[in-house]
Write a protein that binds this ligand. Structure first.
Ligand SMILES: Cc1cc2nc3c(=O)[nH]c(=O)nc-3n(C[C@H](O)[C@H](O)[C@H](O)COP(=O)(O)OP(=O)(O)OC[C@H]3O[C@@H](n4cnc5c(N)ncnc54)[C@H](O)[C@@H]3O)c2cc1C
Length: 808
């Protein structure tokens, strides 16, 4: 541990499991001029007192793959460093004690297969045979995952650090970072207790202090520490007698997890009445101390745990641990570059450092060295939150919700209440008045469906079709036969203008740019040739364009735009919250629009993919002829303060034509009937244009654009998997995403999204499947809520395959 130099290529702040892994992975990529600065000792934050359990399973399969990487890495770093990680690969059982949970576990088991995780469903008898301290009362079954276990947190952190040091990294202990300042050359000055250091890149891996360290750079990160208890018992007689360690057990309905610790056990609790701790981040002088235990608060869960494992009462409690670790609103870590803060990287907000620490290091090192994380990582990308998520109360409410629901079933149709309503559009109250039920996208209230004339309607969370099924059916039917009115507040809009706008967009986007008054679907690629976005580009004037994409991707998009923006000649303005509107679509939409404008809206005057500024009722609107429902349609966008007026006039003039306000559930059904994909589900950073089918919108011949060479190469090689539309013989449930697709016993793909096609009366799904299956179609099966259902590939969409209605 030599004294630090004055300059490093990278400074990592924080020597917990995450910082140590980041340091190691940078050296693995050949970056050895790297320094880790630790305030106290390695592990001195959350890490030292973690229960240090790990598992590969995560609701987001991309994160699950990263967790599997972390687990595999433990043997490597142990070998390389010569430091034991204290590996106990015991496997683990998740218990089902209600019919709903048992059904959910069966569905989870199917998802495990998509991930290639070799889990199995087991009987209560098998669980008790393997875990003799369990009282089997009420257990209906369980899921055994062989990739669960635990490590020694101290040994594991030191193994990363030791291996990094062997590869040339420096580590300085007992040296707090005091301040961070940007330098004119784009680098950073890091002021520390032992003096200043200059560096190109700063990585915030400060764990419990990460919010404070973020603020040193003017960044408000959405993470906050929360308390967490576990206890360690004295020896448990039936364990002491066993020849091998007992597998871990998670009693999901009991809100407890348990694993063997020597001849006793460690029992941890995710209580439903959680507590934050030092919301701003730990005090600077916080040592390796425990928080006093709060047994009364956790006693409801604890008593369930002690009833499930009665022998523990005899063993007695040897030690209580109440410690803190950080949570984000969705429980996933914050990783990656921070938009607008050059060379500042997040590696924090990690609540499962022993499942995810290795992967965070891998992803971040790839990102810094290659400019690309190397896989689909949006689920952990710091850009998935906007500045709104840093507000204290929002953070407290959403993190408490996540913590208290850690083991609660997440239903696909369930909308959770915390931190809401935060962003509402001017039409919100008017939409509520006609029965809107809202979901939330990036803090924005977005209608899911309209329970018209049913003020008391309450949707029941379910893995199966819910009681909102018929409402959505009516919205789909109205859209196909008359018109539907959908809020487009789920879109992000950017205006790109200036003398250099055309040239810049031509390089940014893989499609041709449209002429004035026209729009185009415009894939955006990374240099790797993989997708960066599925935008729509509209030319409003020779040097004025609109780009439209998903609302929740604003930070992600803008981070990319900023990286590429020239110093002059092009401006970008984010209009996502200053312009709002509606999509009016359906066979009668032209007649409805014609009521509200004196402009000519015939096909000749406003053709498919045409766009014009025109009066619509009282408003002056940008009207674009396009829809995502597959019907004749118009996206009508106005300054935000006029959105309510537009809503009122569209409703008034549309209702006599049979129009209905519709929500995102109907939109999903309508888009699947047309086989349209959307970002994050069908299209993602891990996809090439050729596998996703988006290459048909790419103008390879137009000349150079970002990602062209790599995308061309991928096209020549052909895709191993392709996106296809599936018809599933489902009964009362539809696929939701990530269910495996089978040919006999061979897994040939996975579902990306699914819904019931209400108009075509068919359960539908989009899926990536192996190319050979597409080329020689054969009967398939798809898991739907844990049961295999007969499935076939549709060679064309079941609704209007020639697109006549869209162009009508
Ligand atoms: C009771 C408990 C049980 C847990 N159980 C599990 C489990 O079973 N499985 C699991 O995966 N996870 C578990 N965790 C969570 C796990 O501990 C965290 O996910 C992990 O430790 C986070 O690591 P980190 O490196 O991000 O942060 P930390 O461990 O907090 O490390 C941050 C480091 O940064 C240093 N630092 C901060 N500011 C500065 C500065 N200004 N200058 C220099 N250095 C600075 C700190 O001193 C600290 O060492 C548990 C945590 C607790 C408390």
């Amino acid at each position: 541990m030599s004294s630090p130099k004055e300059h490093y290529r990278v400074v990592v702040i924080g020597g917990g499991i995450v910082g140590a892994s980041v340091l190691y992975h940078l050296t693995l990529r050949g970056w050895t001029d790297v320094l880790l600065i630790e305030r106290a000792e390695l592990t001195a934050g959350s890490t030292w007192h973690a229960a240090a359990g790990f598992h590969a399973l995560n609701d987001d399969p991309n994160i699950a793959a990263l967790q599997a990487y972390t687990i595999k890495l433990y043997h490597e770093i142990e070998k390389e460093s010569g430091q034991s990680v204290g590996m106990h690969m015991t496997g683990g059982y998740s218990l089902a004690t209600t019919p709903a949970r048992w059904e959910w576990l069966q569905a989870e088991w199917a998802l495990h297969q998509t991930l290639g995780i070799d889990a199995r469903l087991v009987t209560p008898e098998a669980i008790v045979a393997d875990c003799p301290i369990i009282d089997p009362t009420g257990i209906l079954g369980g899921l055994f995952d062989p990739n669960e276990g635990h490590v020694d947190p101290h040994g594991t952190t030191h193994a990363y650090a030791g291996a990094a040091r062997k590869r040339g990294a420096h580590i300085v202990l007992r040296n707090r970072v005091l301040a961070l300042t940007t330098l004119p050359d784009g680098g950073w000055r890091v002021d520390t207790e032992q003096g200043p250091i200059k560096t190109e890149h700063v990585i915030n891996a400060a764990g419990l202090w990460a919010r404070r360290v973020g603020r040193m750079a003017g960044i408000d990160l959405p993470l906050t520490p929360m308390q967490h208890h576990y206890l360690i018992t004295g020896d448990v007689a039936s364990l002491a007698a066993r020849p091998r360690e007992m597998p871990a057990v998670t009693d999901l309905e009991g809100f407890t997890y348990l694993r063997q610790e020597r001849d006793g056990v460690l029992l941890g609790v995710y209580e439903r009445n959680p507590r934050h701790w030092k919301t701003e981040g730990a005090d600077w002088d916080y040592g390796m101390e425990l928080i006093p235990e709060d047994i009364d608060r956790i006693s409801p869960e604890l008593s369930v745990g002690l009833a499930r494992f009665p022998e523990l009462l005899e063993a007695g409690i040897r030690k209580w641990v109440n410690g803190a670790f950080t949570f984000t609103p969705d429980g996933n870590p914050l990783v990656g570059p921070i938009a607008g803060h050059r060379n500042f990287w997040a590696a924090c907000g990690c609540m499962a450092g022993f499942s995810q620490g290795g992967a965070i290091g891998l992803v971040l090192a790839n990102w810094i060295v290659d400019g690309d994380p190397g896989s689909e990582v949006f689920g952990i990308d710091v850009a998935r939150f906007g500045t709104f998520a840093g507000a204290d109360q929002y953070l407290r409410d959403t993190t408490a919700q996540f913590y208290s629901r850690r083991f609660v079933i997440a239903y696909p149709n369930e909308e959770l209440p915390a931190g809401r309503p935060l962003k509402v559009t001017p039409a919100y109250d008017a939409q509520r008045a006609v029965g809107a039920r809202f979901g939330v996208v990036w803090g924005m209230e977005t209608p899911q469906y309209f329970a018209i004339d049913q003020p008391d309607f309450l949707e029941q969370p379910s893995l199966r079709r819910s009681n909102a099924h018929d409402i959505v059916a009516a919205e789909v039917l109205a859209t196909r036969t008359a018109a539907g009115l959908l809020d487009t507040n789920v879109y992000a809009r950017y205006e790109v203008a200036g003398a250099g706008a055309e040239a810049w967009l031509d390089r940014l986007l893989a499609s041709r740019l449209p002429p004035e008054g026209r729009m185009r679907l415009a894939p955006m690629l990374a240099p790797s040739g993989k997708l960066m976005g599925d935008l729509t580009v509209t030319r409003l004037a020779p040097e004025r364009f609109w780009l439209t994409g998903s609302y929740y991707l604003q930070e992600f998009h803008q981070r990319w735009f900023r990286e590429l923006l020239p110093r002059s000649g092009v401006t970008i303005e984010n209009l996502s919250e200053s312009w709002l509107g509606f999509s009016l679509s359906g066979p009668r939409s032209r007649e409805i629009l014609a009521q509200l404008t004196r402009e000519d809206v015939t096909d000749a005057a406003l053709p498919f993919l045409g766009c014009r500024l025109m009066d619509v009722g009282l408003t002056r609107a940008v009207v674009a002829r396009l829809s995502l429902t597959g019907e004749l349609g118009y996206e009508i966008t106005v300054p935000a303060l006029q959105q309510r007026t537009l809503w009122e006039s569209l409703l008034k003039h549309g209702l006599p034509f049979g129009m209905r306000p519709i929500g995102m559930r109907a939109q999903d059904s309508l888009r699947l009937e047309k086989g349209y994909g959307v970002w994050s589900l069908e299209y993602a950073q891990s996809c090439t244009p050729v596998m996703s089918g988006l290459d048909r919108f790419i103008a390879y011949e137009k000349g150079n654009f970002i990602g062209r060479a790599a995308a061309l190469k991928a096209r020549e090689q052909g895709a191993e998997q392709q996106l296809v539309l599936l018809a599933i013989d489902a009964l009362d449930a539809d696929a939701t995403g990530f269910e495996p697709v089978w040919v006999g016993e061979r897994r040939v793909g996975f579902v990306t999204s699914g819904a019931y096609g209400h108009f075509v009366k068919q359960s539908l799904a989009l899926a990536y499947v192996d190319r050979n299956v597409v080329e020689s179609p054969t009967p398939l099966e798809v898991h739907v809520v844990g049961r295999r259902r007969p499935t076939r590939i549709l060679v064309e969409p079941p609704y209007d395959p020639r697109g006549l209605r869209l162009r009508g």
